[in-house]
Design a protein around this ligand. Structure first.
Ligand code: ANZ
Length: 934
């Protein structure tokens, strides 16, 4: 029978499902291997050909590892809370659970069609209560923990309370809020429960704090930085304000150093690690206190008679000519003199409209306002002006900087603009004239550090500051605590209720806290989140938290759930965690570099601290698959004299001769750049009577590579390709497109070649009448050579994730075997196993046809490579006479020189050249050459 991919693929997909072929074992002596894909958000649009790229690669790897004797865990699930379903719910009133369910069904159908070897028995959905019960449970553990810097790990809050009861706050070295109280054990015990709880909240790893957020009143919600553009919401264009709001946060900053160090222990792409390093942004510097000048209105300042700045360049302190505070800095009001009040207030109002991102990005336009007050440089006593400007961020360092116009570009621009002094502090001339061979630059105008290098100066200044009590060394991180709440409906409810305005956890036995029903998915009229609409929703009369968890909550631990997906007593059993440990290979898109991958590492480290998991890092090796770009096709409309596009279309090769305007055309009605004219006419009513100027009787379309998107009509749906060519062809073709990590355009044109290859492969097992026919004779050397070449190649390729290169090697192997007219059973059976990770359906079918007992080849052994078969047996010896090569003679490589000499001299062909002369000498170099000297 010819290659009937449709029947074959259906049959095997059903077999795998019915037999749970890919169910990973929980107890086995086999070594484990965990291959994870980033699970998808099930959107309404379904999969396009770009989505499965990473899944195909991970599937090949999983299947390969099974053949190599590993117990492979290769699960799949859905990150099913999120915005699109909610947005759709708002528009249509349809419950997001219903949309989500329907989308998941589409995804599942599409994934099944591609023949993935997922263990579906472990499927997870972040939006299902039996899953988010554990997301809520982990939140509770975070709430019940604090970060002990001395132990460098999270510990239980009970332990902290015990310490407070015995020793008060002395001896606690925690990552916590800035404004914590100092108290003795007695004072602690004397506090009301309310006050104690308020104090503990400053230590908890998840906590409520007033944070600055992008608040969009019209949408009734907080927006992420990338949802705000120029002070307006990206969606709807409503004004967005910087607003202080009580928000749940996660104290990820406690883990900054460990998140940084851990990067050195994992096998991830270097650019991705670098992005995380930048995001964490470790800065080694110093805190420096500038006393306020006496005239300043000190009464309203309480205790802070100084401004503290964070600097990474303490060495530049002699160049400080003014201070700049963030407009939100707490001292701004008290520092502002009556004369400057109007200026300062106007400036603050304007700064409020900009998001933090814009403030940082906007380096060219300088703006600020003078407070009217002065401070004193602690090192040289110089009096400097105090300004506010929005380039200083409230949330970084201390929210105040010492401005050094001769050292910092922004300070320089600012000084120029407002005519503030600039003091040069580095001897530039010396560097330029080679007088300073170190090229480091030495200090001038800098008192006791004059003549020192950067390193020496930094150390000297910090030592001096510490000496006079005006500063100290300080490491700062750019990373902030992560906001952990959204004022939206379709997310995990936070398992917290409020009593006397303080948050308390609900009891563990009351988990999951299920998302309540609401009449609408919008905020209430007075701006409360949608959960406020829920009727009779309270915890024994106390109000629940009304915000829900952010999108990243459910995805920050999901790989553990797959280890033990149906456990309702624990998020996963100890046993399962100890066996599976961590993810060996994680494949997904690079867009998650600093979000998901950072939060997951954070939660993992936290869970490790609590001994809930065993590994410090969750994902040992990570690969980012490249993007599949779209390949757009264009038709060209003729432009008439009045400049209007007409309904006459010019073929691409002829457009130089006309004035035309390009138009995207659906790639699905273009075959190898040739437009299907009839389908085009049917495509849109306005083209029904289009006319065409053709080349060689065809309309040729133009091509461009762009993002794959609906609006560009270049989306290729895997369903259509599977329908035409089958999943095995699609799988191999996606790999054939190029290296996995590289972005590349989709080009359907080559798929035919891959399909033909699979048919040719099928043909090897069949005679001319398409009857299955293999021979059981001993394989020839040539057959074994072809086979062992491909065994070695595929093994090497797959181990280094180079999937595209194996595809071409398979083609070569099949061509060689076809040329050899091979139908040797032993050889072909091994080939079936080697190819099966790439094209599993056809291989399973052939495996069965080869007479293997009904069942799957998934757990058979990958053929063993034998180098002996690759050793060349014969060698075409070049035979030269007096140093000139005359001919080649084939001889076995095993022959010794004496035998070779005998054969050569006996050869009639050689005799012709000898002219009946007796050679004076015959030189034989085994395996290289024979030279006859006459
Ligand atoms: C004086 C100085 C002189 C600085 C010089 C730089 C160069 P990183 O490396 O990112 O940590 N800075 C401190 N807090 C800031 C804030 N809240 N908003 C904006 N800028 C702030 O950068 C630290 C440097 O950025 C600090 O060192 C400070 O300027 C500025 F030649 O102090 B520097």
């Amino acid at each position: 029978m010819d290659y009937q991919f449709k029947d074959i693929e259906k049959k095997w997909q059903k077999f795998w499902a019915d037999n749970q072929t890919f169910k990973a074992e929980d107890k086995t002596t086999k070594p484990k291997y965990y291959v994870l894909d980033m699970f998808p958000y099930p959107s309404g649009a379904g999969l396009h050909v770009g989505h499965p790229l990473g899944y195909i690669a991970s599937d090949i790897f999983s299947r390969y590892k099974r053949l190599k004797g590993f117990n492979v865990l290769h699960p799949m699930g859905y990150d099913s809370f999120g915005l699109p379903a909610e947005q759709y719910a708002i528009q249509t009133g349809q419950h997001p659970a219903i949309t989500t369910e329907a989308n998941i069904a589409t995804y599942r159908r599409q994934l099944d069609q591609i023949g993935f070897s997922f263990d579906w028995s472990r499927e997870v959905r972040t939006s299902s209560p039996d899953y988010y019960k554990w997301t809520q449970w982990i939140f509770m553990q975070l709430f019940n923990s604090w970060y002990n810097k001395d132990a460098d790990k999270a510990e239980s809050i009970d332990k902290l309370v015990k310490h407070f009861e015995q020793n008060g706050s002395i001896g606690i070295n925690a990552v916590c809020d800035d404004e914590i109280l100092s108290f003795s054990a007695e004072e602690w015990k004397a506090m009301s429960n309310q006050d104690q709880q308020a104090e503990l909240l400053k230590y908890r790893l998840t906590y409520l704090r007033e944070s600055t957020v992008n608040w969009c009143a019209a949408l009734g919600t907080v927006l992420a930085n990338d949802e705000v553009k120029d002070g307006f919401s990206e969606r709807g264009g409503y004004p967005v304000e910087q607003k202080k709001m009580m928000q749940w946060s996660m104290r990820i900053t406690a883990y900054a150093d460990r998140l940084l160090k851990g990067l050195d222990t994992i096998d991830w792409p270097e650019p991705l690690k670098e992005m995380q390093r930048n995001w964490i942004g470790k800065s080694v510097g110093a805190l420096v206190r500038f006393q306020l000048e006496k005239e300043t209105n000190l009464q309203s300042l309480n205790t802070n008679h100084y401004i503290e700045v964070f600097t990474t360049r303490a060495d530049t302190i002699f160049g400080t000519t003014f201070l700049v505070l963030a407009p939100e800095h707490e001292l701004v009001t008290s520092l502002t003199t009556p004369e400057q009040k109007d200026d300062i207030e106007a400036y603050i109002a304007q700064a409020k409209k900009k998001s933090e991102l814009e403030r940082m990005a906007d380096a060219k336009t300088v703006s600020g306002a003078f407070t009217g007050s002065f401070a004193l440089n602690p090192i040289n006593g110089e009096k400097v002006q105090i300004w506010i400007a929005d380039y200083v961020l409230a949330g970084y360092g201390t929210g105040a900087v010492m401005a050094v116009p001769s050292g910092d570009q922004r300070d320089y621009l600012f000084a120029k603009h407002y005519n503030l002094p600039i003091i040069p502090i580095i001897d530039i001339q010396k560097i330029e004239t080679e007088a300073d061979p170190t090229k480091e630059g030495r200090y001038i105008n800098s008192g006791f550090i004059n003549g020192l290098t950067y390193k020496e100066a930094t150390t000297a200044v910090i030592a001096k500051l510490e000496d006079i009590g005006a500063g100290k060394a300080k490491v700062n991180f750019r990373m902030r605590d992560a906001i952990f709440g959204r004022q939206r409906y379709w997310g995990e409810p936070v398992p917290v209720y409020f009593k006397d305005e303080l948050p308390y956890l609900i009891e563990e036995k009351d988990l999951p806290l299920v998302l309540p029903e609401v009449d609408k998915y919008l905020p209430t009229e007075d701006g409360e989140p949608p959960l406020a609409r829920a009727k009779d929703w309270n915890y024994n009369g106390f109000e629940y938290e009304l915000s829900t968890m952010p999108g990243w909550a459910g995805s920050s631990w999901y790989w553990y759930r797959y280890m033990d997906a149906h456990n309702d007593a624990e998020f996963a059993s100890k046993e399962a965690i100890e066996y599976w440990k961590d993810v060996d290979l994680y494949i997904g898109g690079s867009e998650h570099a600093t979000g998901h991958l950072l939060y997951s590492r954070f939660w993992n480290k936290f869970m490790k601290d609590l001994d809930l998991v065993v590994e410090e890092e969750p994902f040992k090796k990570l690969i980012n698959q490249g993007m599949i770009q779209g390949r757009s096709n264009f038709v060209y409309r003729l432009i008439d004299e009045e400049g209007r596009a007409t309904n006459t279309l010019i073929s691409h090769g002829l457009i130089k001769q006309y004035k035309t305007s390009p138009l995207h055309v659906d790639v699905n009605i273009v075959d190898n750049e040739v437009l299907n004219i009839n389908k085009f006419k049917e495509w849109r009513p306005e083209y029904a009577d289009a006319e065409f100027i053709l080349e060689n009787g065809k309309y040729i379309c133009g091509v461009e590579v762009e993002k794959m998107s609906k609006s560009k009509f270049n989306v290729v749906n895997p369903d259509d390709l599977i329908e035409r060519y089958g999943a095995d062809t699609l799988r191999m073709y996606e790999m054939f497109l190029g290296p996995l990590e590289q972005s590349k355009p989709w080009n359907t044109n080559g798929i035919e070649g891959v399909f033909k290859f699979l048919r040719k492969f099928w043909r090897l097992f069949h005679n001319d009448a398409w009857e299955f026919s293999v021979s059981t004779n001993g394989p020839s050397k040539a057959e074994l050579k072809s086979l062992h070449k491909i065994i070695r190649k595929v093994e090497e390729d797959v181990e280094r994730f180079s999937f595209n290169t194996s595809v071409s090697s398979f083609m070569i192997a099949v061509n060689e075997l076809t040329d050899l007219k091979s139908n040797n059973k032993a050889v072909l059976q091994d080939l079936v196993v080697i190819l099966s990770p790439y094209a599993p359906h056809i291989c399973e079918e052939l495996w069965t046809l080869l007479g293997n007992e009904a069942g799957t080849l998934s757990y058979t052994a990958f053929p063993k490579f034998n180098p002996a078969y690759l050793v060349e047996d014969d060698f075409a010896y070049p035979i030269s006479i007096n140093g000139k090569t005359k001919l080649n003679l084939n001889m076995p490589l095993s022959l010794e020189p004496a035998d070779i000499e005998a054969i050569v001299l006996a050869s009639a062909d050689v005799q012709k050249y000898l002219d009946n002369k007796t050679p004076r000498k015959v030189i034989v170099v085994k395996g290289r050459i024979v030279n006859i000297v006459l």
